[in-house]
Design a protein around this ligand. Structure first.
Ligand code: GAF
Length: 434
C-alpha cells in the first residue's frame, strides 16, 4: 500500500477513503487501481462545524484557564490572480478559505497576555507593561499585533488566549495573516474597543512588516479580515477600494499543496521587493510622475527597456503585465467567461515562473498536471511562491477525478503525497457565537 494523498473537502466533509493498489507485475506493468468511496455520512454544514469547534475550544479553555471564553476566528486565503502586485500599489483578487486560526479569549485582571498554542503545545507570557521584542517565534504574530494596537493608542486589557489553527503553515495560504487578524480582533474586543476593519488590517500588516520583519503587502490581512462568502475580492492596493465578485456556483476552488517549501522563500521575497524598487528608481528618471510600478504601462516599459538591467526589466514586466491581467480577469468573471479567466491564470503562472522567477519544479509540475485534467478552467501557483500551493478553478462535477488523478500523478513523479483541498470562498474574520 502506498502512502495516500490527503483530500479534504470543505464543501461537504466527505471523509472516508478506501484506497488500495493492485500491482499486476505478472503482466509486466503496474496497474494502480484506486477505489475510493467518499461517504456521505454526517455532513455538517460549515456553520455547525464552526459551532462544534467553538464548543470544544471553550471546553479546553475552561480546563486550562477556568471560566468562559469568547471565540474568534480568521481565515487563510488563496489568491486567484494578482501575485506580487500588492506591494507595487497594484491589483489583487484573493478569496478567503474555510481554514481558520481560532482564538478563545477571556480577560485577566493584570496586564499580561498568556498565549497557549494547541498546534505547538506551548505557552508564552507577554507583559503589556514591559517593552516587547520579537523572539523569532510563532508568538511574534500575536505580540506584534498587540504592540501595534498599543502604539495606535488602543489600551489593551490583559487576557488568556487559547490559539488553534487549521490553515496549513508555510504553504502560501496565509496562516500568518490569519493569526494576526484573529488575535487583533480578539484583543480589541476583549478590551471593549471597536476599530474599523480597515484600521485593523493596516495594524496587522504593520505588525508583520515592523515586528515580525516580513515586508509583505496588504492583500492577506485584507482578505482575511474582509472576505465575503462565495466571492472573490477585487482590491486596489493603492486606494484600498474594493468590490466583491461572485464566483460561479458550479465551479470549485481546488487547492493543491506541493508539500515543499524551499528555504529561499522569505529572503527571495524581500529581494523581489528590492528589485521592484530598483525598477521604479530607474524608470522614474525618465518618467518623473510615477509613484509605483502600478503607474507604468507595458508600452512605457518597452519604451524604456534600454534603461533597465535585464533582470530588473523582467521583474517589472511581470508586475506590470500581472496588473493588466487582474483587471481583465475581473471583467471575465463578471461576464462568467471562465475560459478566458483560466487563460489569464495560465499566463500569470508563466510570468511568475519565467519573469519573476518565484515558482519551482514542484509548483510547475502541479500546474502542468492540472492542465491535463478535464473540467479545469485554470491553474497557477498562489501566494509568495518557492513551494506551497496551486489554486485551480475546476468544474465541480470534475473535482473528484481531478483530485485523484493529480494526486496520483504528482506522487508518482515526486514521491511526495500532496494535500488537495476544496474550499468555498469564505467570510472574513469574526466572533463565532452560539
Ligand atoms: C505573500 C505576501 F504576504 C502578500 O502580501 C503578497 O505579496 C503575496 O505573497 C504575493 O502576491 O502572501
Amino acid at each position: 500500500m502506498r502512502p495516500s494523498a490527503v483530500f479534504r473537502d470543505r464543501t461537504s466533509y466527505q471523509s472516508v477513503r478506501l484506497n488500495f493498489v493492485v500491482d499486476c507485475r505478472a503482466f509486466g506493468f503496474q496497474t494502480y487501481l484506486d477505489i475510493v468511496w467518499w461517504a456521505n455520512v454526517a455532513r455538517p454544514s460549515n456553520l455547525n462545524e464552526g459551532m462544534k469547534i467553538t464548543a470544544e475550544l471553550q471546553e479546553r479553555f475552561r480546563q486550562r484557564y477556568g471560566g468562559r471564553a469568547r471565540v474568534y476566528r480568521a481565515p487563510g486565503r488563496v489568491n486567484l490572480i494578482g501575485e506580487h502586485t500588492d506591494y507595487n500599489d497594484g491589483f489583487v483578487m484573493p478569496a478567503a478559505i474555510e481554514f481558520y486560526v481560532w482564538i478563545a479569549i477571556a480577560p485577566r485582571s493584570d496586564r499580561k497576555l498568556v498565549l497557549h498554542s494547541t498546534n505547538f503545545s506551548e505557552t508564552v507570557e507577554i507583559d503589556l507593561q514591559n517593552s516587547i521584542t520579537p523572539r523569532n517565534h510563532w508568538s511574534d504574530y500575536v505580540a506584534g499585533v498587540a504592540v501595534m494596537l498599543q502604539r495606535a493608542s488602543h489600551h489593551l486589557q490583559g487576557a488568556n488566549l487559547l490559539i488553534q489553527g487549521d490553515v496549513p503553515m508555510g504553504s502560501g495560504l496565509s496562516s500568518s495573516a490569519a493569526i494576526e487578524v484573529a488575535s487583533g480582533l480578539a484583543l480589541l474586543e476583549n478590551s471593549g474597543i471597536h476599530v474599523d476593519r480597515l484600521e485593523l488590517v493596516k495594524l496587522c500588516r504593520r505588525a508583520e512588516n515592523e515586528f515580525v520583519g516580513a515586508r509583505v503587502g496588504i492583500m492577506d490581512q485584507f482578505v482575511s479580515s474582509c472576505g465575503q462568502a462565495g466571492h472573490a475580492l477585487m482590491l486596489d492596493c493603492r486606494s484600498l477600494e474594493y468590490s466583491f465578485l461572485p464566483l460561479p456556483r458550479d465551479v470549485s476552488l481546488v487547492i493543491c499543496n506541493t508539500m515543499v517549501k524551499h528555504a529561499l522563500a522569505s529572503g527571495e521575497y524581500n529581494t523581489r521587493r528590492a528589485e521592484c524598487e530598483e525598477g521604479m528608481r530607474l524608470l522614474s528618471r525618465s518618467m518623473p510622475g510615477i509613484r509605483a510600478l502600478r503607474d507604468v504601462s507595458l508600452t512605457e516599459l518597452e519604451a524604456h527597456a534600454g534603461t533597465l538591467p535585464k533582470l530588473i526589466y523582467k521583474r517589472c514586466r511581470h508586475v506590470i503585465s500581472e496588473n493588466a491581467r487582474v483587471t481583465k480577469a475581473a471583467a471575465s468573471l463578471e461576464q462568467e467567461d471562465l475560459d478566458n479567466f483560466g487563460l489569464l491564470m495560465a499566463e500569470s503562472h508563466r510570468s511568475l515562473r519565467d519573469e519573476y522567477e518565484v515558482s519551482c519544479a514542484e509548483l510547475d509540475l502541479m500546474v502542468e498536471l492540472a492542465g491535463q485534467q478535464r473540467g479545469v478552467y485554470g491553474a497557477r501557483m498562489t501566494g509568495g511562491g518557492f513551494g506551497g500551493c496551486t489554486i485551480n478553478l475546476v468544474r465541480t462535477d470534475a473535482v473528484n477525478d481531478f483530485q485523484f488523478r493529480v494526486a496520483d500523478a504528482y506522487q508518482k513523479s515526486t514521491g511526495r503525497a500532496p494535500q488537495i483541498f476544496v474550499s468555498p470562498a469564505a467570510e472574513g474574520a469574526d466572533e463565532v457565537k452560539k
